[in-house]
Design a protein around this ligand. Structure first.
Ligand code: CP
Length: 351
């Protein structure tokens, strides 16, 4: 557990596979001990995590807040509209914004970490707009910067997903992990969750299938990184455009909506929402049903980062089958695990 102190957590690629395994082990240990009534409120006593949310949140905000309470510190919520909204250099507007470089240096004098959620406008997705903002914070901050989801990565969600898989299957080797696109009436869905999930799943050596309709590709550099991780990690990585094929024999199915970048570029373009919606609507059959779950492994688990579009992405009988025989939904274990992995990372980086 040495070598973590003071580091940022902006993306999966910031840590080695061994370091990710250590984080998961610490998370398991903290979770186990807490279940036995052993508390860890001395680990980050009197320390402050600043949390800056450009977007809404249920799970991320509350798991970081509860986590800091359990570790003996405090998580402080910052609304960008209620401070002088941090902006990249050259983008400031007089009286309403302040440079990221100033905000990061001020907060560094007061607390022990800065966490940021900012997923940008869809037109910025190919250019890493929001991720660049978080990187700018990291450049100027003297304390760790944590990525609570940007336009490319959602690393803490990915860690919670991996902890859930590990608890369920005892490890990663031989586990068939399918990340799939799912139908949603909204065309504006970030790609951070699927990208983080496939990065971690290939890094940890699972057999990973990415299933999505044609045109819903994830970022090419992320796909390349997954191929490298699969080669190095002893697992595998493949892409299919067949939804049903993705379910067959899967131990983990993780269907989640994301927007295709091509819908925001010519010839369709963001200025043609009707056409974009028509394209989205042609994939309504990409919905998770109990019949599809029956084609997965008998002990399969259904994952979703939440919130899910019930009735569109997935039927209620899948989401709510959290017990009983056969396959089951592990979505609430997954949500709880946000707390445990974040406590592990904060303990290691902020101690
Ligand atoms: N999964 C997740 O990040 O949830 P929130 O948007 O509620 O934080």
């Amino acid at each position: 557990t040495t070598g973590f102190k003071g580091r940022d957590f902006l993306a999966e690629t910031d840590f080695t596979v061994q370091e990710i395994r250590t984080i998961l082990e610490v998370a398991e240990e903290l979770k186990r001990q807490q279940a036995m009534g052993i508390y860890h409120d001395g680990l980050l006593r009197a320390k402050t995590l600043f949390m800056l949310f450009y977007n809404q949140s249920l799970r991320t905000r509350n798991s970081f807040e509860a986590g800091m309470t359990q570790l003996g510190g405090h998580a402080h919520y910052l609304d960008p509209d209620k401070i002088y909204t941090p902006a990249l250099e050259g983008k400031e507007v007089a009286y309403s914004t302040e440079r990221v470089s100033d905000v990061a240096r001020v907060l560094s004098r007061m607390g022990q970490a800065i966490a940021i959620r900012c997923y940008g406008d869809p037109v910025d997705w190919e250019y890493g707009g929001a991720h660049n903002l978080i990187k700018e914070f990291a450049k100027w901050s003297d304390i760790p910067v944590l990525n609570m989801e940007d336009d490319i990565y959602h690393p803490f969600q990915g860690l919670a997903d991996m902890l859930t898989v590990k608890e369920e299957f005892g490890g990663f080797k031989g586990v068939n992990f399918t990340m799939s696109w799912a139908y949603s009436p909204s065309v504006h869905k970030p790609r951070a969750v699927p990208q983080s999930a496939i990065l971690f799943a290939t890094m940890l050596g699972m057999n990973v299938t990415l299933a999505h309709p044609k045109g819903f590709d994830l970022a090419p550099d992320i796909i390349k990184q997954c191929e490298t991780y699969a080669e190095d990690g002893g697992g595998s990585f493949r892409i299919t455009n067949d939804f049903e094929e993705g379910f067959k024999g899967a131990h983990v199915v993780y269907p989640k909506a994301w927007a295709p970048v091509t819908l925001f570029q010519p010839p369709v373009g963001i200025n043609d929402p009707k056409k974009s919606q028509e394209i989205m609507d042609s994939f309504k059959s990409w919905k998770t049903t109990s019949e599809l779950m029956d084609t997965a492994d008998k002990k399969a688990i259904y994952l979703h980062c939440l919130p899910a579009d019930r009735g569109y992405e997935v039927n209620n009988d899948v989401m709510d089958k959290t017990g009983g025989l056969g396959w089951r939904s592990a979505i609430f274990d997954e949500a709880e695990n946000r707390l445990h992995v974040q406590k592990a990372v904060m303990s290691l980086l902020m101690k």
